[in-house]
Ligand binder design. Structure first.
Ligand code: PLP
Length: 433
């Protein structure tokens, strides 16, 4: 498998090069040259296969021989080594819980897969020691820190906005140590992002360190996100209509991975892009005009993205054909007030606690089902994070403190280690040099 740049000004590369460089030299995102087809045998046997076997079958063509089969087998098994239950919430809505990994968010899958691939390439000796530099508004940093912890040949530097991530998220970033360094920036997420972008453009730094990013523009993080759509179908009732899938979306990597799995033949139904007030994609589907905007803060803060980087991949998947895209994908915008109302309603009526991102998806799905009765029995939401990560939103609904899962309790009381820096590129550079 080769990957081309969506800007079409760079050479084709293999999976290894796409993974260690992240982005093409022309600034474009990498996209697979062809979409593999799941074989009829694979689809027939899907229900009975282990998660590791599913992962190996789905990822093998994308990795394209750049990682030997035995190593890829281990990487796949470790990347999906936790539960992905599909839980009934109300009639016609099931929740695919993607928050049972080490940092309680779906990003664990991509981060674990990518870190192990980079670790393999570093060990294979043909790659210089790599520094993963990443800015986080919360969930990405924790998943990357946990995924890369202890991986030889890879150092991780995470920038996060001081005081603007939740206590659990901060513990996940700052208490691991080893090859993980957390830089606590006295600014906003956008400041962190700007500092990281400047570092990637600095030729002097590039001579000193091989920098790569670990966000969902990286194919090794994006592509394995197809896997849990397969795990969902392993649990979907046999003979039931194909599920309508609502995906809480920010950078649109998760949704794009679902559409890719569908393009490969996974029998998923219609997709719904569930967005908060940051709605360039819903507006595009309405008007046909795509206009990025500055992000506005919401309760579902992992989706506060004003210019989603993976949307160009979705357009590519549909050959920029708006009509085809509209047939496959709807989109909706959910306010903070409606998000909280959904958390309350589902909690009070069903005793099921949604996090704000899952609540956005739930609301968008219910509205879609109200307009499309044929979809009323067959809805699925992706529950992307555990509610404990958003106590400020869910605890007022619960009326009490939320019980901490074991992986969070394990971090309690561990010493926080962060390096405070100002919003000043020279300070970041000094640290990296
Ligand atoms: C990152 C994140 C999202 C958005 O996912 P994208 O792939 O960027 O669209 C949604 N929910 C949670 C909890 C996240 O951490």
């Amino acid at each position: 498998m080769k990957y081309y740049s969506l800007h079409h000004q760079s050479p084709l590369v293999d999976f290894r090069t796409a993974t260690i460089t992240g982005q093409a030299p022309d600034g474009g995102l990498y996209f697979p040259e062809s979409i593999p087809t799941f074989s009829p045998d694979f689809l027939r046997a899907l229900r009975g296969l282990s998660k590791a076997t599913v992962a190996l079958n789905v990822m093998r063509p994308y990795v394209g021989g750049t990682i030997p089969e035995v190593d890829l087998q281990r990487i796949c098994a470790e990347a999906v080594d936790f539960a992905f239950p599909l839980v009934p919430v109300v009639d016609g809505v099931s929740s695919l819980e993607l928050f049972h990994g080490p940092t309680l968010a779906f990003k664990d899958v991509g981060a674990r897969f990518m870190s192990r691939c980079l670790g393999y390439f570093a060990k294979a000796g043909d790659t210089p020691a790599v520094t993963v530099l990443v800015a986080t508004s919360g969930d990405t940093g924790g998943a990357v820190a946990s995924g890369f912890l202890g991986v030889p040949g890879v150092e991780v530097v995470i920038l996060y906005p001081s005081g603007k991530v939740s206590p659990v998220q901060e513990q996940q970033l700052t208490t691991l140590g080893q090859n993980i360094t957390a830089l606590e920036v006295s600014g906003t997420f956008d400041d962190c992002q700007a500092l990281v972008k400047q570092a990637f453009r600095d030729p002097e730094l590039a001579r000193r360190r091989f920098l790569t990013s670990a966000n969902s523009i990286n194919v090794a993080r994006w592509l394995p996100q197809q896997l849990y759509y397969c795990f969902a179908m392993q649990q979907w009732p046999a003979g039931a209509p194909a599920p309508v899938v609502a995906v809480p979306s920010g950078n649109f990597g998760n949704l794009c991975a679902g559409l890719l799995a569908q393009a490969s033949g996974l029998p998923l139904g219609h997709f719904i892009a569930a967005c908060n007030a940051n709605e360039p994609v819903p507006a595009y589907l309405r008007t046909g005009t795509y206009e990025p905007r500055p992000a506005v803060p919401t309760f579902s803060n992992a989706m506060d993205v004003g210019n989603p980087s993976n949307f160009v991949r979705i357009l590519e998947l549909f050959d920029n054909d708006l009509g085809r895209l509209r047939a496959a994908l709807s989109a909706d915008t959910v306010s903070d007030a409606d998000t909280v109302a959904a958390i309350r309603e589902v909690w009070e009526q069903r005793g099921y606690l949604l996090d704000p991102h899952g609540a956005v998806a739930y609301t968008a799905l219910r509205r879609y089902q109200a307009r499309h009765p044929e979809a009323a029995s067959a809805g699925m939401i992706l529950a992307t994070a555990h509610p404990v990560k958003f106590p400020g939103v869910v605890e007022p609904v619960l009326g009490r403190a939320i019980e901490l899962p074991e992986v969070v309790r394990a971090l309690q009381g561990r010493a926080k280690r962060s390096v405070p820096i100002a919003v000043n590129y020279e300070e970041l550079k000094a640290h990296l040099m």
